[in-house]
Write a protein that binds this ligand. Structure first.
Ligand SMILES: [Zn+2]
Length: 205
């Protein structure tokens, strides 16, 4: 692209770094922002800076939070003896939307992926094991995406957790293999949590 302005080019280059945004879309977004009032553009930039500077990871479950402990972990009405293990905050949002789950969460921050160089120590797995040692739950639900990385992570977690006195279940795979949790519709996802199965049953003996 030939830009008439270096300022415009720089702004477009930043937008084009966002996932799924190509140069043409980036240009359209920047031109659209330019049409806005100064105050609107300032709100836009300050909300991103505030997010980056002030967001925290919950000390217990590692979900994104404004405070040291998130609202779900603080809620005494939730079942703290059931921990649902998920990849990231989008999965927490998707499962909360089903209104079918009342336990707490543990957010791993990714999945084990040898191809992308993501190992267990890059995820919040040690924190999970510590959490379980300190406050043993009755059940953990492995609600991870049905793909290679999800299965690898589930198997690794099973090995780390199987000697604790707790039941380990996986969500029923109404979610197709290759399917990601956040894209599952609420009814399918809600049902797959309710009809979860003990993980051992799904292992090939
Ligand atoms: Zn939390």
């Amino acid at each position: 692209m030939n830009f008439s302005s270096k300022l415009l080019e720089n702004a477009v280059a930043e937008f084009a770094k966002l996932p799924g945004v190509g140069p043409k879309t980036a240009l359209r977004l920047v031109l659209n922002l330019l049409k806005n009032e100064d105050s609107e553009v300032e709100n836009f930039t300050s909300s991103i800076l505030n997010l980056k500077h002030h967001i925290k990871y919950c000390n217990k479950c590692s979900n994104l939070s404004d405070d040291e402990i998130c609202g779900i972990c603080l809620n005494s009405k939730r079942d703290h003896e059931t921990i649902c293990i998920v990849e990231d905050t989008r999965d927490v949002m998707a499962i909360e939307n089903t209104n079918q789950y009342f336990g707490v969460y543990h957010v791993l921050g990714g999945l084990i992926s040898p191809m992308e160089g993501v190992g267990p120590s890059d995820l919040k797995i040690d924190q999970l094991v510590e959490r379980i040692k300190e406050n043993p739950p009755k059940e953990v639900i492995l609600a991870l995406s049905a793909n290679m990385e999800g299965d690898t992570t589930i198997f690794y977690l099973y090995k780390r957790l199987k000697d604790f006195n707790l039941s380990i279940s996986t969500i029923a795979r109404g979610i197709a293999f290759g399917g990601e949790i956040e894209y599952a519709d609420e009814i399918t996802l809600g049902r797959s949590i309710l009809t979860r199965v003990p993980y051992e049953n799904s292992l090939i003996k």
